[in-house]
Design a protein around this ligand. Sequence first.
Ligand SMILES: Cc1ncc(COP(=O)(O)O)c(C=O)c1O
Length: 373
Amino acid sequence: MTEFARRVERVSISGIRKVFEAAGPDAINLGIGQPDFPTPVHVREAAQQAIADGVVDAYTPNKGILPLREAIAAKHQRDNGIAVDPENVIATSGGSEALHLAFQAHVDQGDEVIFPDPGFVSYDALTHIAGGVPRPLGLRDDLTMDPAAVEDAITEDTAAFVVNSPANPTGAVQSKADIKEFARIADEHDVLCISDEVYEHIVFDGEHYSPLEFAETDNVVVVNACSKAYSMTGWRLGWVTGSHRRVERMLRVHQYAQACAAAPSQYAAEAALSGPQDCIGEMVAAFEQRRDVVLDGLADIGLETPKPRGAFYAMPKVPEGFVDEVIERGVILVPGEAFGENGAGYARISYATGIEDLKAALELMGDAVAAVQ
Ligand SMILES: Cc1ncc(COP(=O)(O)O)c(C=O)c1O
């Protein structure tokens, strides 16, 4: 008899927190994975109104309130050019729960899951929690995921592969051709493509495409959230979109794990998705300006950085000992290995912070480079 479930044994608490604790309270924090903007006022007001009206005092339908699911369906039409039935959407407690549902409903004991390495920390953990076997996949030099490498990695045990564009921690954006290939691979190999699109709106160069636009089967499930686009990480509101049969399976997990997403957040999300969208453009313009400052600054101190085209992260190659030196100087970065074995030799910089802090941090990074060379 074991004391704990084996599924959870290999799951460790993300190393990112430990880095935060190692730096002092005055440190410049370039480790944070959330926008540094407030939630738009009209979104807050919608939640306040819903609370005042007393409509949030009870459970909502398991899938979420219909106006929110209609707003999500309208978003798919607007952004992806596809018609989605609101019944094929589940409102979740953030993108995190949406990912959890996708993994729990589709990954069986011993099933393999392919995901980018370096990649978002949840993919490995959720594979273990589902009893599956992680198959982390190294990336191209520009830190995008190569569809041919995904195809090569597929075995008869593969249940799913994860696409994350724009990506955390790399800022990489997959091309339209790659996204089409991912859809073809999901169709032809009959494996599920879990498309994590939480950064879909934060793209500077190129455009965001979803495999859902191109797949001919129902082998694509989309995970998304209000968290990054509307600076709503604390509201915990995301969703998963898939075919009727896939949503029905995911709903079984959601119903017993969560019952429904928090009602005030559902009203807030409806306002975010159906209200004015200029708040996104303003935030993205600020991120792009910072991206350029960071890229120039990193080049000046001699760190080679694959150009990030989206999200709010840069991932330079760094010399040995660099991250420790930087943290000692009061700048928090996340070492690349926190995102998988292939992240070793890189560090993730989040530029969800003001330009002045970024410039000060770049100077300290320059000192750290000099110290380790
Ligand atoms: C790639 C990626 N997917 C999903 C999530 C989870 O988002 P949420 O805060 O909505 O749970 C994050 C959060 O950092 C992320 O970076």
